[in-house]
Design a protein around this ligand. Structure first.
Ligand SMILES: Cc1cc2nc3c(=O)[nH]c(=O)nc-3n(C[C@H](O)[C@H](O)[C@H](O)COP(=O)(O)OP(=O)(O)OC[C@H]3O[C@@H](n4cnc5c(N)ncnc54)[C@H](O)[C@@H]3O)c2cc1C
Length: 311
């Protein structure tokens, strides 16, 4: 059984899960994970209680720790893990655009060279270092480091004929600004910081592809707090946790929680961006967690079988 928020599961994934006999429930958040002698009881916001032999948790590790604590797991231990896991300050702002043209980069020999891949629009490393340093200090990047993605150039079916869908991802933008400014204004009619920042991001692409800004028909802006609120990504960090060396591999999300297991919470398996190899759409951590869960189940069956034989 899969229980989840309103994440984007593609139709193909849903069909595959159902073919394999899965039961899927969306929009019913898990509220606690309770260890029982038979395995786990998962409680949800709608009041359901689901019993299972194992649980594979794909949400943020901090969320999983909250769910364990709500289910009666050792609070002191959870507080120790929580205090050393570094989420990071949030890493970017997304601007999704509807346009009537693709960006035309004069520096690209062919249109496809600029639109059939990721276009990282930075002049040099110092621009990246400045943007990163400002974000660490809780400030906006002096010049946004923009990544341009022209998805409709690769798949025209995602936009109406003659139009395009362009996504811009800009790093680094802190979730919380040191000077107290808010990303979204509470004053009706006042333009928010998120919208100003989106203007700067579009203008930055326009510097590399002159005329692009005039092709924008509509846009949807997601600042780090928007990403946190809409997608449950704590701190707006799309990788769940800082992808720094001290939190990668056997240190992700924490040395004691690596290996997709939680000490003292037998048959709970961790997966997703909070675990090795981190964020991004690779499915690698899901494969590892599944292999470990299957190996454990086989070992348990063997123990039962040989135990019975000895009796
Ligand atoms: C704007 C943006 C641009 C990105 N660009 C790229 C890119 O170009 N390339 C790339 O590789 N990656 C990109 N990423 C990152 C990538 O999407 C993520 O790292 C990846 O989706 C993480 O997947 P996940 O399944 O581990 O976690 P998530 O996608 O965070 O999924 C966790 C799920 O758990 C659910 N959940 C949370 N709490 C509960 C609860 N209590 N009960 C039940 N369910 C719960 C959430 O609703 C969510 O569906 C981007 C992300 C964003 C937001």
């Amino acid at each position: 059984r899969a229980v989840g928020g309103s994440g984007a599961l593609t139709e193909a994934m849903i069909a595959r899960l159902q073919r394999d006999g899965a039961e899927l429930t969306l929009g019913d958040a898990v509220t606690s994970l309770v260890r029982r002698s038979h395995g786990w009881t998962t409680r949800t916001a709608s009041g359901r209680e689901i019993d299972s032999r194992i649980v594979v948790a794909g949400c943020h590790i901090v969320t999983t720790l909250d769910l364990l604590e709500a289910g009666g797991h050792d609070s002191a231990q959870i507080a120790r893990w929580r205090s050393t896991i570094r989420v990071g300050p949030g890493i970017g702002t997304a601007v999704r655009l509807a346009t009537d043209a693709l960006p035309m980069y004069p520096s690209a020999d062919r249109i496809e060279d600029g639109t059939h891949g990721l276009a990282l629009l930075v002049r040099d490393r110092s621009q990246l270092r400045l943007a990163h340093g400002h974000a660490l200090a809780g400030d906006l990047p002096p010049t946004p480091a923009v990544l341009g993605m022209s998805f409709s150039a690769l798949d025209p079916t995602i936009a109406p004929p003659g139009q395009h869908q362009i996504s811009l991802w800009s790093q680094w933008h802190p979730h919380t600004l040191a000077d107290g400014r808010q990303w979204r204004s509470n004053v009706p009619g006042e333009r928010s910081l998120a919208e100003f920042e989106a203007d700067r991001i579009v203008a930055e692409l326009d510097r590399y592809a002159p005329g692009f800004a005039a092709s924008v028909l509509d846009r949807f802006v997601q600042s780090p707090p928007d990403i946190e609120r809409e997608l449950g990504l704590i701190g707006g960090n799309i990788m769940h946790l800082d992808m720094s060396l001290d939190q990668m591999m056997m240190w992700r999300p924490h040395p004691q929680l690596a290996g997709h297991r939680v000490p003292g919470a037998d048959r709970l398996y961790l997966t997703g961006a909070s675990t090795h190899p981190g964020g991004g759409v690779t499915a690698a951590s899901g494969r590892s967690a599944a292999r470990i869960a299957i190996a454990d189940a086989r070992a348990a069956r063997r123990r039962t079988f040989f135990g019975r034989k000895r009796e």
